[in-house]
Design a protein. Structure first.
Length: 330
């Protein structure tokens, strides 16, 4: 039996104008799969990378990496979910921009009743990213309460979650953002310091804040525009975790730049961390616990109907958004 669903598809890489609403037929789940009816879909920068062609994927392509909804059908071998479960996920392959989809069950988690669909859709990719950064992507000396860390784009979806979670861990997070208003937002969410990188030299300011010592780790999702400055912020044996390309990919460089302080450099991805059912659930349990406790609030600051996805992409790329953005289907 098949079901009709609205979905957002692109037939070629390009700008937001390539995002088209289409009707698709959705069948029954096979082994290891589920069918889920979405109530809300998360919007992420990775969606724009895939749409533009920065991350090359086969066409036509249905975008979207995270969502929340209700499980409608379960395929053979799926034991952690049942029909009627509220569920949320961050998962490959893309395809969340739709009302209904069949997808692998590995990365789909039962959503606690206390967490709304909008929050669930907004928190999975960004919250799990924050979890692996602060808990698993650590400098050689580790992180202890009182340590300084630098987090770029601190007023974005990942950034505002990181501000709160770092504070809960006792870390002193220095956040950067592109306006005074966004810096204030980061401070309100737990950042110890905030730097407007459009008006200040963030590397010089970090050295001033840390008394010249620098930070143990820089979490950098901006890429090209901040890479050199991020390295300049590190203390000896510090770690630069480059996990995004908001300003474009980092150009080729000589590894000799790491010799200044015996620095470490990593380019982690969420999907390496959630490659198994066990790791996905363990990370999600940690995220659900910190959200349910109130230590981390998920700031859903923008909502767009699915049909307005082009405008949502324009606003995201123009840095007009803060916190998390969801596409609504109700």
């Amino acid at each position: 039996m098949s079901h009709t669903s609205r979905a957002i598809r692109i037939d070629r890489p390009g700008g937001p104008e390539e995002l088209k609403i289409v009707d698709i037929e959705v069948g029954e789940p096979g082994p290891g799969q589920i069918r889920i009816r979405h109530h809300a879909v998360g919007l992420n920068f990775i969606d724009t990378y895939q749409r533009s062609g920065l991350y090359s994927l086969p066409m036509p392509l249905q975008l979207g990496m995270e969502a929340a909804g209700v499980v409608e059908a379960v395929g053979e071998g799926v034991t952690h979910l049942k029909v009627g479960d509220r569920a949320a996920y961050a998962s490959q392959p893309p395809g969340a921009y739709c009302e209904l989809r069949v997808m692998p069950a590995t990365c789909v988690c039962k959503l606690p009743d206390a967490i709304s669909f909008e929050t669930g859709a907004a928190m999975m990719l960004k919250g799990l990213t924050t979890q692996y950064l602060l808990k698993k992507t650590l400098p050689a000396e580790g992180l202890q309460p009182g340590d300084f860390v630098l987090f770029h784009a601190a007023a974005g979806g990942v950034g505002l979650i990181a501000c709160q979670w770092a504070k809960a861990l006792g870390l002193r997070l220095i956040g950067t953002a592109g306006s005074d208003a966004k810096c204030q937002l980061a401070l309100e969410h737990g950042a110890a310091h905030a730097i407007n990188y459009s008006t200040e030299d963030f590397a010089a300011r970090v050295k001033e804040i840390t008394g010249g010592a620098g930070v143990k780790v820089v979490y950098d999702s901006v890429g090209k525009d901040t890479f050199e400055g991020s390295l300049a912020c590190l203390r000896p044996f510090g770690l630069l975790a480059s996990f995004g390309n908001g300003s474009g990919p980092v150009p080729p460089f000589s590894t000799a730049v790491l010799a200044k302080g015996s620095f470490y450099l990593t380019r982690p991805t969420l999907f390496t961390h959630i490659a198994t059912r066990e790791s996905t659930q363990a990370m999600a349990d940690d995220l659900f616990a910190v959200v349910s406790s109130g230590a981390v609030r998920i700031p859903v600051a923008q909502r767009y109907p699915l049909a307005d996805v082009q405008q949502a992409h324009r606003d995201l790329e123009a840095r007009k958004t803060t916190g998390c953005t969801v596409l609504t289907l109700d």
